[in-house]
Design a protein around this ligand. Structure first.
Ligand code: FES
Length: 502
């Protein structure tokens, strides 16, 4: 398999991990968790603490999906403003959103302390700041809503950033950590005593029933419940109409001057998100942003360049050591979907975390553990994965799904990017027309050529080449494939069909 050019994050590069095996034949447990990121590992860890036998099934290596590509902000400042949440979910819903994300941060703090995890966990203030009059007016509105929702916050002009801001909403007691150090410690606590972690094991089929059966190339795992903690659930067609996949970018460089620890968010659209972290004795600034819809940008490399320029312009940094990109799944109405899958009795989903994956990933573990054990959870109704809120996010719902329909038709009718292999530069991919049919062609630096079908195996949209990450990305629901067609991100579970070309 030719590697995608996943730029490596600060987290993956600074924390080696042990290897976990694939299953050795059939197996029976209580719960199978698909996906070895923060939602999957937290759910598995908490279920094990309750006496359940759990198997985590990870397609690649643990924490190499979106959790490895995060910037790891632990915050109650969600992507949806509190005034929007109050209008769409009621004042009580906004309060519950604040309370639940606070509970998730405290759950992480508690586990760090209880398991003595060395992961640089640090409580810091969070700032959402305005640089224009218009942004400041919006921030005043948000401050009122956030206060009513119960956040410990205030408006201030004092923001410890090395450039002027007009106004900021300061929220106390947010947090940051090294996500991989934290989660690798949780993984250690899962393995053993009838619980398993399986790496490089792809679920090939899920048969729902009593019991459920999870098929893998190495055997069938039988269980009562299945949790799909795969960023975007696999083959859940209805749920996919409520999920919109975006790419986001991050860079990190060593600080050459002071920058006070904190979580900082500007008010641009898309916004930038900034924090610091000491790793191996070096203080880094980590800056993220430049979001765009998956599969809709030709020159993805320019987003890294823009982010690096922004970072150098604003912070005491001359060197960028790490750059990486991740997938953000935006929910239709602004809140994550966590709970039972529609029309399922024993399949549970956790998705739509927006830019708050660490907080919502942990909250998912807390809610799903209660639901699987048949216990009440105070936040379950708010995050109910089957909910449909016709008014909340209706404009986005119509526009995003119209775009899916557009891609489904327009990409089939669009002109190919060439007809000849010589039109594919080395190290690049192009959609060519060969013998009257469209083919996704990738050419290695050495000249070897790989051809696959451009038809996404999820629901049939056409993939687009992602130059910066060197992958084939689907604009409809965010599936991504390696240059040679293997699945990198769901919801697809099958690779792109390989093609022979002359
Ligand atoms: S991800 Fe749904 S069609 Fe490609």
């Amino acid at each position: 398999m030719v590697e995608e050019r996943t730029h490596k994050s600060l987290w993956t590069e600074t924390t080696p991990a042990r290897r976990y095996p694939a299953p050795q034949g059939d197996l029976e447990v209580d719960v199978v968790v698909i996906g070895g990121g923060i939602a999957g590992l937290t759910t598995a860890y908490l279920l094990k603490q309750e006496g359940k036998r759990v198997a985590v099934v990870e397609m690649h290596r643990l924490l190499t999906g979106q959790t490895g590509q995060t910037t790891a902000h632990l915050t109650e400042l969600l992507d949806s403003p509190y005034y929007t949440l109050a209008s769409d979910f009621g004042e009580k819903g906004a309060c519950m959103a604040a309370e639940s994300t606070r509970a998730a941060i405290e759950k992480i703090a508690g586990l760090v302390e209880q398991l003595r995890i060395s992961c640089g966990f640090q409580r810091v203030p969070g700032y959402r700041y305005a640089e224009t009059e218009r942004e400041a007016r919006d921030l005043e509105r948000e401050a009122n809503a956030a206060r009513r929702a119960g956040l410990m916050c205030m408006l201030t002009n004092e923001v410890p950033l090395p450039y002027p801001v007009k106004l900021a909403l300061r929220v106390e007691d947010q947090a940051q950590f090294h996500p991989r150090e934290y989660l690798l410690a949780l993984a250690e606590g899962i393995q053993g005593d009838g619980c398993y972690i399986f790496e490089e094991t792809q679920m090939t089929e899920l048969r729902e029933g009593v019991p459920c059966r999870v098929h893998t190339p190495h055997g069938v795992i039988t269980c009562r419940d299945v949790v799909e903690a795969t960023t975007t659930p696999l083959n859940r067609v209805f749920l996919h109409t409520k999920l919109y996949p975006y790419r986001t970018y991050a860079v990190a460089g060593p600080l050459e001057g002071p920058l006070e620890a904190g979580l900082y968010y500007d008010s641009q659209d898309p916004y930038h998100y900034i924090r610091t972290q000491k790793v191996e004795g070096v203080d880094y600034v980590i800056v993220g942003g430049e979001d765009h819809k998956v599969g809709t940008e030709e020159d993805t490399e320019r987003h890294y360049e823009a982010l690096e320029a922004y970072t150098r312009r604003r912070f005491p940094v001359t060197r960028i050591d790490y750059r990486w990109s991740g997938q953000v799944i935006e929910p239709a109405d602004g809140l994550a979907y966590i709970g039972r899958n529609s029309n399922s009795r024993h399949v549970w989903v956790a998705t739509g975390f927006s830019g708050t994956g660490m907080t919502f990933g942990t909250l998912s573990g807390m809610i799903l553990t209660d639901l699987i054990l048949g216990r009440q959870n105070p936040y379950a109704a708010l995050y109910d994965a089957t909910r449909v809120k016709p008014r909340a996010g209706a404009k986005d719902f119509i526009q995003e799904n119209a775009e899916v329909a557009f891609h489904f038709v327009a990409d089939r009718l669009s002109k190919p990017e060439g007809h000849d292999l010589s039109e594919v530069p080395p190290g690049e991919g192009r959609i060519l027309e060969v013998d009257g049919k469209k083919v996704a062609v990738f050419k290695e630096e050495g000249g070897a050529v790989h051809a696959v079908s451009p038809v996404c195996t999820h629901l049939g949209c056409h993939v687009h080449w992602n130059k910066a990450e060197r992958s084939w990305d689907c604009p409809c629901h965010g599936a991504r494939y390696s240059p040679t067609g293997e699945v990198l991100n769901g919801p697809a579970v099958k690779g792109l069909q390989s093609k022979k070309i002359r």
